[in-house]
Write a protein that binds this ligand. Structure first.
Ligand code: G4P
Length: 534
């Protein structure tokens, strides 16, 4: 690449921030996303971003999933510009039945913002998602939301976050009161106060620069009692919590915390300003072969999500590729590594707020949507010719297992094609029992069985039925060696419980925690993993 082009290529990488917002449902992820888009001028009014969450009650859960699938392509990537920075927000479903989609999306983000409801504190989904981020050392910023409501004491909540999420927090803002008495926020990052006043408490009065909290103007602004309390609390903050350190944040060792109210657009600008200045630009990524740097001039990327067309007459899909290195150009042949085949894309989609547009060129950190007729599956790598396989899109043990049977013998070809494609999309996992070749579908939530049945019928014209199967967990097996006597015996004795996944990896179906423990004890040379990547 000529020097001049290389410089502008580097500055394109430097100005990109690709991240995900994660939270337990209802903590305020959609509201916060929307407020961030408003700052970027990407949308004009509140209420424009449709929630992709499963609303309970109105219709059956399963119809809700179809509704959600319809809008989730629009919210998959929300991109906008803010102060010269290109921000890509990747959508992560909060519903626990879609936890696996979220885990996969987390392989494509460079950092995350975790939203916590001040009244509810750390909830189950937050715990699970943060654990995955911690495993990958993803930089995390915490946003404590709904400060306009009564909630937990700030210090108690920070304690809870440290304990339950195993984080080392560094508050960068601190609330002045909460709920009815919520007066505003002291911003430790910018050293100023944001006041939250007005009858409805919905107006942000002004931002007042106070570089030293001992300044008596603080008393005139928020009153003597609140000023004294704030001074004491900030002294405590200083005494208890470490100073913010960007290096530690980027390594995943320290997590800055902000307080605010997304609904009232309060504390959001502070969060965004800090985010653009500290959050990482696109990071290097490990492949099985080597570490790939974003500024390498050859394009590489991987598929982290596949979205099927809602219209059964057009069975094309959109494969979402995260660009890891180089420039992705339209109409250029790229190597599909798993198929060892060159593919060209005439209409790659880039995402802007809620629109998608065909683009000629995209940079590391960006997501492009490629039309696909069945070539891709989640985890696939594209390159300019190098044989590389990106790591880190693992499968986790499903929670539910059922046999799938063909309910219309004349349509078996359609059934198998349908199952194959739905599995590539990551809707569920397919296993084949070693003993008799029967097919087993494993899912995270029970709802997915209805979705699969419905989509097989409507998109592929096939019918299926299910039969229960008592499996507690699927464990991927790692023997010391293939011909180790213990492994040979294990395969003989446990044949009834062995299956292969779609990649041909051997899996053990444990019917209870107890039987898994017994088996582990009996065959110490074999490792049992709850994820496909070890
Ligand atoms: P989610 O995407 O994380 O699931 O949460 P979402 O943004 O949809 O927010 C969940 C509910 O919490 C919404 O109310 C939303 O208006 C409310 N909310 C979000 N931020 C704040 C805040 O700062 N303060 C207060 N008081 N409420 C907040 P809802 O009634 O469930 O939905 P809607 O009818 O308002 O859309």
């Amino acid at each position: 690449m000529p020097k001049l082009f290389f410089m502008s290529f580097l500055s394109e990488i430097e100005r990109r921030r690709t991240f995900g917002i994660v939270s337990h449902p209802d903590a305020g992820k959609t509201t916060l996303t929307e407020k961030l888009l408003l700052f970027g001028g990407a949308i004009q009014e509140a209420g424009a971003v449709k929630s992709n969450k499963i609303k309970k009650g109105a219709t059956s859960d399963f119809m809700e999933i179809e509704r959600q699938r319809g809008i989730s392509v629009a919210t998959s990537v929300l991109a906008f510009e803010y102060n010269g920075i290109k921000i890509n927000i990747l959508d992560t479903p909060g519903h626990k039945d879609f936890a696996e989609d979220t885990f996969r999306t987390l392989t494509a983000v460079d950092s995350v913002i975790v939203v916590i409801d001040v009244a509810k504190g750390v909830e189950e989904q937050t715990e699970k998602l943060v654990k995955v981020c911690r495993m990958r050392n993803i930089p995390i910023i915490v946003f404590i939301n709904k400060m306009d409501r009564e909630g937990k004491d700030a210090f108690d909540l920070l304690d809870e976050i440290e304990q339950k999420l195993n984080l080392k927090v560094a508050p960068l803002s601190f609330p002045i009161g909460m709920g009815y008495d919520f007066k505003g926020i002291y911003n430790l990052w910018e050293k100023n106060i944001n006041l939250f006043t007005g009858d409805s408490k919905r107006d942000i009065e002004e931002t007042i620069k106070i570089s030293d909290v001992s300044d008596p103007t603080l008393n005139t602004i928020i009153g003597d009692t609140a000023a004294e309390t704030l001074r004491e609390e900030l002294e405590l903050v200083e005494g208890i919590y470490p100073d913010f350190n960007k290096e530690e944040y980027l390594n995943g060792d320290l997590q800055p915390v902000f307080f605010g109210s997304a609904l009232n657009n309060f504390g959001v600008r502070e969060l965004l300003d800090c985010f653009v200045s500290i959050a990482p630009q696109p990071r290097p990524k490990n492949s099985e072969e080597r570490l790939v740097e974003p500024d390498e001039d050859k394009f590489t990327g991987f598929v982290f999500k596949i979205h099927a067309n809602m219209d059964p007459n057009h069975r094309d899909r959109l494969a979402f590729i995260k660009i890891v290195s180089g420039e992705f150009k339209r109409n250029t042949p790229y190597l599909h590594v798993r198929h060892n085949k060159k593919l060209k894309f005439s209409s790659p989609n880039a995402f802007f707020a809620e629109k998608k547009e065909i683009v000629d060129i995209s940079y590391p950190g960006d997501i492009v949507g490629l039309h696909d007729t069945g070539n891709f599956k989640i985890g696939d790598t594209l390159t300019e010719g190098e044989v590389l396989n990106y790591k880190g899109v693992p499968s986790f043990s499903p929670e539910h297992f059922r046999y799938i049977n063909n309910a219309d013998p004349l349509k078996s070809k359609q059934l198998y094609k349908g199952i194959d494609q739905l599995m590539d999309e990551g809707v569920a996992q397919l296993f084949t029992l070693d003993l008799n070749g029967r097919k087993v579908i494993g899912t995270v939530g029970a709802l997915q069985y209805e979705v699969i049945q419905y989509r097989l019928e409507h998109e592929y014209g096939a019918k299926c039925s299910y039969e229960n199967l008592n499996v507690h967990k699927a464990c991927w097996i790692e023997p010391e060696s293939m011909n180790h006597p213990e492994f040979v015996e294990f395969k003989r004795i446990k044949q009834r419980f062995l299956a292969t996944d779609k990649q041909g990896q051997l899996v053990f179906f444990a019917d209870s925690i107890f039987s898994l423990q017994m088996t582990e004890q009996k065959y110490p040379s074999i490792k049992f993993h709850l994820t496909s990547e070890f």
